[in-house]
Design a protein around this ligand. Sequence first.
Ligand code: IFM
Length: 460
Amino acid sequence: MVSDRSYQFPPDFCWGTATSAYQIEGAAQVGGRQPSVWDTFSQLPGRVLNGDTGAIADDHYHRYQSDIAWLVKLGVKHYRFSIAWPRVIPAGRGQVNETGMDFYRDLVDCLLANGITPHVTLFHWDSPQALETKYGSWRSREMASDFADYCTAVVHRLGDRVTHWMTLNEIVCFTHMGYEVGKTPPHAPGTRVWSRKAVWQTSHHALLAHGLGCQAIRAASPQPCSVALVDNPGVTVPLTESPADIAAAQAAFHTNWVNGGVIFPALTGQYSEAQLRQLGRDAPDIRSGDLEIIHQPLDALGLNIYTGTYVRAADNPQGFAIVGYAQGHPRLHMPWLWLVPDCIYWSIRHISDTLHRPDLPLLITENGCAAQDEKTAAGEIWDSDRILYLQQHLKSAHRAIAEGYPLKGYFLWSLMDNFEWAWGYDRRFGILYNDFRTQERTPKASFHWYAECIRQGRVV
Ligand code: IFM
């Protein structure tokens, strides 16, 4: 590697970008697709800003070829997207909709024809409404086996051309944020569960789905393949890199957000002791054999990293304190999107060191920001704030590699502005600007900047 100052990445580093089905596809009633929980939720008055839904979104279903042409212009060789379960198995279980599968086969073939490796996420929040109606989706253990059957159906059909699979995206968001009513903004399905224990049971079921999904993918794949989980741990960042603050950040990582009950069991086969102590009687019921199912060997771990929580050493029984953001601390265009670029480096270091998994190859499967993009009269978008954000985060990724941590790739979120869940189309995360009236895509300054990073293989 050239000197650190040049921020040069290894030649085999995977430069990519990411999207998800419900956020871009549209075509909600086309080709046999049935509703997902997000179709239902977004149609309820007041649930999504401005009453937006993903019914049309970026109309990617009909425009995937021209969107792939943008990937080619960008120069990425890796693209992460998700498959919509209700497009492929509309009732959630049973009959496969071959028309839905054909769409993904065509998409994959178009990527491959353009020299782009598909990284397929099997679940990015859009679970079939039919299963919500039948048994409350993640509230039931049945969801795990239905997910595994869905994985089998997809991998049987696409496994001859796809070798990079990811099971679930961000367990906490579609479980805790979907069932803990009162969250702002809430997520689908928005079904009230009555206790903290019941919320934790939903994430436990999702972990089981991940484990059974890994087994199903490997059993169905006709060729060796890579299987990953995609998680968004709460990243604890030492306020200073003194040994005491570093130890504090490592201790805090166990119970920050839901880490101890999601990423810990997935990677170590155990809920973190500290998390279980904190949960007490609210811990989920864990049946004999569950932890073995959950703790599947992984070929990689995907990390979706946007921000971090500062931690300092403290003279208290736990040995750490969370430091709030200062009044003037910079933030991007989401209430939670504080600028903490070291979050990338520390997310990687926590997996390798704090969870003792230095063997596990890592991918940043999402990183990016919403910004208040405006088109100039000349039709240009000068998103200097996004470039600043991305530059700092890529430098943090580079630091991890320079120190020998196993970071293998980076997927910028997102290729284009899209349906940002409860925020609808109000928050723009894309490096392609989308005009949602005309579906015209326009590259922002950050698109050209990222293309240059990829061309030079370094942060420019
Ligand atoms: O848009 C989302 C994505 O679906 C999951 N990760 C975070 C992104 C930005 O909020």
